[in-house]
Design a binder for this molecule. Sequence first.
Ligand code: NAP
Length: 338
Amino acid sequence: MDWQKNVSLRHRNTFGLDSQTRYFAVADSTEELRSHLRRAIEEERKTFILGGGSNVVLPRDFDGVTISLGMRGVKVDSDPDRSRLRVVVQSGENWHSLVRLCMGKGIFGLENLALIPGNVGAAPIQNIGAYGVEVSEFVDFVEAMEVKTGRVVKLTNEECGFGYRDSVFKGELAGSLVVTAVGLSLHTRPRLVPDYPDLRAELERMGVTKPLPADVCEAVIRVRRRKLPDPRFVGNAGSFFKNPIVSDDVLKRLQELHTDVPCFKRASECKLAAAWLIDQCGWKGRRCGPVGVWKHHALVIVNHGRATSDDVLRLAASIKESVVARFGIELSVEPTIV
Ligand code: NAP
């Protein structure tokens, strides 16, 4: 298996960060992935697994081998439960293309997750979510390769340890598995979740009173296009910070000082809107050299020019500091910092 030497990853990450990897390999099948991993172990080289490059902050230089996952294929199977269909997708498939394919075939559930950048393999890792729907609701199993042994294992939904934008792949199993395929259990009948205010407003604007799945999908696409920068023109990695989950006590303390703080109840805890916290600190639309905060969305850090990971991380640290100083809340970063 050939490895290319000294390859730029600038066009392989949606942030458009200047980054060079010492070695670059493509895995179009599990066999190829296995042999790249084996060679990396034999040569004692660090590995970095690259999917769609939409949720990573890449270093200026990576002194190891970057393995780009190119495994393609979507298989639709009937399910003994007639209201469901099993869709098994290889990790190199583009996420939004999968959403479109499902819509076209009358397979429902993924409408709210339209236009999320990146590949299918990354979806369970951060348990992608939008507008009140998370991919974990549909994950039947995740197939992954053990880095050390090359063995392919199958994890059930429970074994994936899904949480809010979180899973075992980011936690206890980080670095030890490579997701090769995802098995989804989707609906044959529509089940709409059109409740987020932005979504409702967009459907109204579209003149839709009784939405069909295609309407919800279209509304999500329109809102996202309006609020989020298109990485083809402005480099970014989507939301840079997670919404903090705080206890009722922390919320009470916060509300004594800031009566208007938006919060969403989750069991015994509350979710705060990180974008609101950042916006209150005056960051929205601000520019710091080659990076800045997107003018329409305070959660998104953008690359205005030839930014490096240092520029991004410096800005992120300043944002975090100001949110701590003003609200006493520690934000955590959503993308993977390599
Ligand atoms: P928004 O509608 O401006 O709302 C701000 C925040 O409030 C969101 O982060 C959302 O939390 C929360 N929220 C709003 N209405 C809610 C409700 N009815 N119940 C519970 N929580 C509610 O959000 P936005 O920033 O434009 O994003 C819209 C959706 O796309 C969100 O779900 C967001 O997570 C998702 N998104 C994801 C990424 C990514 O890269 N992962 C990037 C952009 C947007 P939640 O985030 O928990 O939904």
